[in-house]
Design a protein around this ligand. Structure first.
Ligand SMILES: Nc1nc2c(c(=O)[nH]1)N[C@H]1C(S)=C(S)[C@@H](COP(=O)(O)OP(=O)(O)OC[C@H]3O[C@@H](n4cnc5c(=O)[nH]c(N)nc54)[C@H](O)[C@@H]3O)O[C@H]1N2
Ligand SMILES: Nc1nc2c(c(=O)[nH]1)N[C@H]1C(S)=C(S)[C@@H](COP(=O)(O)OP(=O)(O)OC[C@H]3O[C@@H](n4cnc5c(=O)[nH]c(N)nc54)[C@H](O)[C@@H]3O)O[C@H]1N2
Ligand SMILES: [Mo]
Length: 705
C-alpha cells in the first residue's frame, strides 16, 4: 500500500455546507472513511451552527446513501404519472433533450420552453448560474420565482429598501422577542440558542401564530390571531404607541417618511377594533403593544408564514414599520428580521448573465403553474418544462390543475432530482442529481451573516451530476458557443461576490477554501439602521412609499384582509367555513425529506389539526380519517382534535408527497393560484375549506350520504 493510499483510507473530517431551503445554512462536519461518509454533525467551531444539526440533517447520510437515490438517467416507458421508467445513458438523455428542445424551438419558438426551479439547493451555483445562462442563451421563457418569499420580500424592500434586518446573533440583547409567523424551533432552529440566551438575560418571548406551533408552546405568551390579520394587529400596536406616547419622536423625525399619515390611520385601530378583526381580546392587544413598545430593544423575528396570504406583502410591510416608530433599530438586536440576504454583495449579473436574455422575453409566474400548463390562449403554449431544485407536483398550489398540466401528452418534461418525486413520475426524462456532499458550491444565507464554501466530500454516487454540469453539458450538446457556458464551477464561484464590497473586507476565495465559512465584515454588534441609512429612495424608513403609489397600491402601511374569510367572502364562507393553513411539519422541509423512512415514521401520516368545537359540530373524533375540500379539490387526512388550532382554523402540516397520501393528493389540492398583493406570491394559507368524516379510506370523492 502506498502512503498516499493509506492516507485516503484513513479517517478524515471535512466541512460541508447544508444547501437546503432554511435560514440557517449550517456548516457540517463529515467524517470520511476511504471514499465513504460515515458520520455527520454540526461544526462546533461555527458560531451560528454551534455544533448541532436539525432533526432532518442529523440523518443526512441516510438520504445520501438511500437505496431510493436516482443513480442514472431514466426514460419514461409507462403513462405520465405512473412512474415506470427504463435506464438510459447520459448521452441518450442529453441527445433526447437537445433534439426535443431544437424541434420545439423550430415549431413554437424558444419561449415554449419553461425552466421550473426553486430552492431545493440554495448554493449560489446550484440555485441559479449555469442554468440561467443556458435558458437565457436559448431564449426560453423566464420564470418568476414567487412560490416562497416574494410577497414579504417586496413588502420589506419597499419599507426598508433591502432584505436586511437585525444581526440574528445580536438577538441575545433583545428584551422582548416576537416570533411573528415564525416557527423558529422547526424552521430556524439555530436561532433558538440565541433566543434562550436572551431569555436567560430576562427577555420575554411572544409567538404570534394562529397555530400553537412548537415555538408557541415554548413561548411566554401566545397570541393566536386569525390567519392573515397580522397587519391589523400591527396597526393596533401602533395605535397604542401613538396614543400613549411610546413613540421615539427623534428617530421618527430623522429617519422615517409619512409618520403623520400613519398616525392618523392607526388612530382608527383601537384595541377593540383590532380585537374584532384579529380574534384576539382587546387586553391582549393592549398588553402586547405596551410590552413591545417599552422593552428596549424589541426584536421581531418574522418568517414567511404570514406572507402566504392575499395581504402578505402589506402584512410584512406594516410590521416592518414598527421598530422605526419605537426606535428599536437604535440598539443591536432591535428591529425586525425577515431575511439577511440583502447583506451579501452577490454579483447576479456575473452569475446569471441577464444580459443574454433576448429583449421582450416573457415571464411566467411559478405560482400559477397549473394555469400556465392548461392555458389554451397562451402563445406560444408551454411545450417543454425543465424541473430542477423543485417538486411542483407536491408544492405548487391547486394540485388538480398542476397534475392535469403535467399529464399533458404533448408536454415534454425533464426532471433533475435525487429522488423519484411525484414530479419525476410525470417526466419524459429523469436525470440524477448529486447531494451536497458530492459537489462544489458557494453559499450566502438568508438567516445569518456567513459566506461559506462547499467542497466535495465524496465522489458523486452513481452517475449523478450537479445542476451546473447538467446545463454545461446540455449547452454543448445544443451547440451553444458563448464562452460563459463553459465556465467551471470554480470560475463562477470566483465571480459570485463583489469582493471589493466593504462587507467582504478580509474575505477571499482562498480564505474560504481554508476556513469553509467566514462571517461578513460587519461589526460584532451590528445594528444596521441605528442611524437611519435605509436603502429606500428617500434613505428613510418609508411608512409612506411613493413607489407603491406608482404601482397603483396603497402607499401607506395598512391592512389588506385575506381574500378567503368570513369577513371578506361571506358566501364562500357559508359553504367552506374553516380557514386552512398548511405550515411545514417539523421533520419535513417542503417536500424534501418527506419520503425518508425515519421522518415518515415520525410524522406518521397526513394529519389535520382541528379545534374540539369545530370537530364536535362535524362529528369528527380524534383519529378518524377526514376529507378536506373546497371547489378546487380535496385531500384526506387523519384528524387530530386539539386546541393547538384556534377555533375556525384547521392546520395540515406539510408537505407530504402526494403519492404517499391516501387518495394521492396532499394539502395543495385545496390551495389557490390567486396571488398576493405585492410580489406576485403564492397565497397558500388564504384558503377556506370544509371538513367531514371521510366515506372510506383512500376515497377522495364526496361523502356518500
Ligand atoms: N423544518 C423545516 N424548516 C424549514 C422549512 C420546512 O419546510 N421545514 N421551510 C423553509 C422555508 S422554504 C422557509 S420559506 C422558511 C420559513 O418557513 P415558514 O413556512 O415561514 O416556516 P415557519 O417558520 O414554520 O412559519 C410558519 C408559521 O407561520 C404560521 N402562520 C400561518 N399563517 C399565519 C398568519 O396568517 N399569521 C401569523 N402570524 N402566522 C401564520 C404557521 O402556523 C407557522 O407556525 O423556513 C425554512 N425552514
Ligand atoms: N401548502 C403549502 N405549500 C407550500 C408551502 C407551504 O407552507 N404550504 N411552502 C412553500 C414554500 S415556502 C416553498 S419555498 C416551496 C418549496 O418548494 P420546492 O423548492 O419545490 O421544495 P421541495 O419540495 O423541497 O423540492 C425541492 C426538490 O429539489 C431536490 N433537490 C435538492 N437538491 C438538489 C440539487 O442540487 N439539484 C436538483 N436538481 N435537485 C435538488 C430535492 O430532492 C427536492 O425534491 O413550497 C411551497 N409550497
Ligand atoms: Mo420557502
Amino acid at each position: 500500500m502506498t502512503p498516499a493510499h493509506a492516507d485516503t483510507a484513513a479517517l478524515r473530517t471535512v466541512k460541508s455546507i447544508c444547501p437546503h431551503d432554511c435560514p440557517d445554512t449550517c456548516v457540517m462536519t463529515v467524517n470520511i472513511e476511504g471514499d465513504r461518509a460515515v458520520a455527520i454533525g454540526g461544526d462546533p467551531d461555527h458560531r451560528f451552527t454551534q455544533g448541532f444539526l436539525c432533526a432532518k440533517v442529523n440523518r443526512y447520510l441516510e438520504r445520501v446513501y438511500s437505496s431510493d437515490r436516482l443513480l442514472h438517467p431514466l426514460r419514461r416507458v409507462g403513462k405520465k404519472g405512473e412512474g415506470r421508467f427504463e435506464r438510459i445513458t447520459w448521452d441518450e438523455a442529453l441527445d433526447t433533450i437537445a433534439e426535443r428542445f431544437r424541434s420545439i424551438i423550430e415549431e413554437h419558438g424558444a419561449q415554449a420552453i419553461l425552466p421550473y426551479s426553486y430552492a431545493g439547493n440554495m448554493g449560489l451555483l446550484s440555485y441559479g448560474s449555469m442554468d440561467r445562462r443556458f435558458f437565457h442563451s436559448i431564449g426560453a421563457s423566464l420564470l418568476a420565482r414567487t412560490i416562497c418569499s416574494s410577497a414579504g420580500g417586496a413588502g420589506l424592500r419597499v419599507t426598508l429598501g433591502r432584505s436586511v434586518g437585525f444581526d440574528p446573533e445580536a438577538i441575545v440583547n433583545a428584551r422582548f422577542i416576537v416570533a411573528w409567523g415564525a416557527n423558529i424551533v422547526s424552521s430556524n432552529v439555530h436561532l433558538w440558542p440565541f433566543i434562550e440566551e436572551a431569555r436567560r438575560r430576562g427577555a420575554t418571548l411572544v409567538a404570534v401564530d394562529p397555530y400553537r406551533s412548537r415555538t408557541a408552546e415554548k413561548a411566554d405568551r401566545h397570541l393566536a390571531l386569525r390567519p392573515g390579520t397580522d397587519a391589523a394587529l400591527a396597526l393596533g400596536v401602533m395605535h397604542v404607541i401613538f396614543r400613549d406616547g411610546f413613540e421615539d419622536r427623534d428617530y421618527i423625525e430623522r429617519y422615517t417618511l409619512g409618520a403623520d399619515r400613519l398616525r392618523e390611520r392607526a388612530s382608527e385601530w383601537t384595541p377593540e377594533r383590532t380585537a374584532q378583526t384579529t380574534g384576539l381580546t382587546a387586553d391582549e392587544v393592549e398588553s402586547f403593544a405596551r410590552e413591545y413598545a417599552t422593552a428596549k430593544p424589541s426584536a421581531i423575528r418574522l418568517n414567511y408564514g404570514l406572507n402566504r396570504h392575499a395581504g402578505g406583502g402589506m402584512a410584512v410591510r406594516t410590521i416592518a414599520c414598527l421598530p422605526a416608530l419605537t426606535g428599536a433599530w437604535r440598539r443591536p438586536g432591535g428591529g425586525v428580521l425577515l431575511s439577511t440576504s440583502g447583506t451579501f454583495p452577490v454579483n447576479n449579473e456575473a452569475l446569471e448573465r441577464p444580459d443574454l436574455i433576448p429583449p421582450g422575453t416573457r415571464t411566467l409566474n411559478m405560482s400559477r403553474l397549473g394555469r400556465i400548463l392548461l392555458d389554451r390562449e397562451l402563445s406560444p403554449p408551454v411545450k417543454a418544462l425543465f424541473v430542477y431544485n423543485s417538486n411542483p407536483a407536491a408544492v405548487a398550489p391547486e394540485q388538480e390543475m398542476v397534475l392535469a398540466g403535467l399529464a399533458r401528452e404533448d408536454l415534454f418534461t425533464v426532471v433533475h432530482d435525487l429522488f423519484r418525486t411525484d414530479s419525476a413520475d410525470y417526466a419524459d426524462i429523469v436525470l440524477p442529481a448529486t447531494s451536497t456532499l458530492e459537489m462544489f458550491d458557494i453559499h450566502k444565507s438568508y438567516g445569518q451573516l456567513y459566506v461559506s464554501l462547499n467542497q466535495p466530500a465524496i465522489a458523486p454516487l452513481g452517475e449523478s451530476k450537479p445542476n451546473t454540469e447538467v446545463f454545461r453539458l446540455l449547452a454543448a450538446r445544443m451547440g451553444l458557443d458563448h464562452p460563459c457556458l463553459r465556465e467551471s464551477d470554480e470560475e463562477m464561484a470566483r465571480s459570485v461576490f463583489r469582493w471589493e464590497h466593504p462587507h467582504m473586507k478580509g474575505i477571499t476565495y482562498e480564505r474560504l477554501e481554508r476556513e469553509a465559512s467566514v462571517r461578513l465584515s460587519v461589526p460584532e454588534s451590528f445594528a444596521p439602521f441605528a442611524e437611519g441609512g435605509f436603502f429606500t429612495p428617500s434613505g428613510k424608513c418609508e411608512l409612506y412609499a411613493e413607489a407603491l403609489e406608482a404601482q397603483g397600491l396603497d402607499p401607506l402601511a395598512g391592512y389588506t384582509p385575506p381574500r378567503e374569510s368570513a369577513a371578506t367572502a361571506p358566501d364562500l364562507a357559508r359553504r367552506f367555513p374553516l380557514e386552512f393553513i398548511s405550515p411545514p411539519a417539523h421533520h419535513f422541509l417542503n417536500s424534501t425529506f418527506s419520503a425518508q423512512p425515519v421522518f415518515v415514521q415520525r410524522e406518521k401520516e397526513p394529519s389535520l389539526i382541528i379545534h374540539p368545537t369545530d370537530a364536535a359540530v362535524r362529528d369528527i373524533r380524534d383519529g378518524v380519517q377526514v376529507r378536506v375540500w373546497n371547489d378546487r379539490g380535496a385531500f384526506l387526512a387523519r384528524a387530530t382534535v386539539s386546541d393547538a388550532a384556534r377555533p375556525g382554523v384547521v392546520v395540515g402540516l406539510s408537505t407530504w408527497w402526494p403519492k404517499m397520501c391516501p387518495g394521492g393528493r396532499n394539502v395543495n389540492a385545496v390551495t389557490s393560484q390567486e396571488l398576493t398583493d405585492m410580489g406576485g406570491g403564492a397565497a397558500f394559507y388564504d384558503a377556506l375549506v370544509e371538513v367531514g368524516v371521510a366515506a372510506s379510506a383512500g376515497d377522495l370523492s364526496r361523502r356518500a350520504s
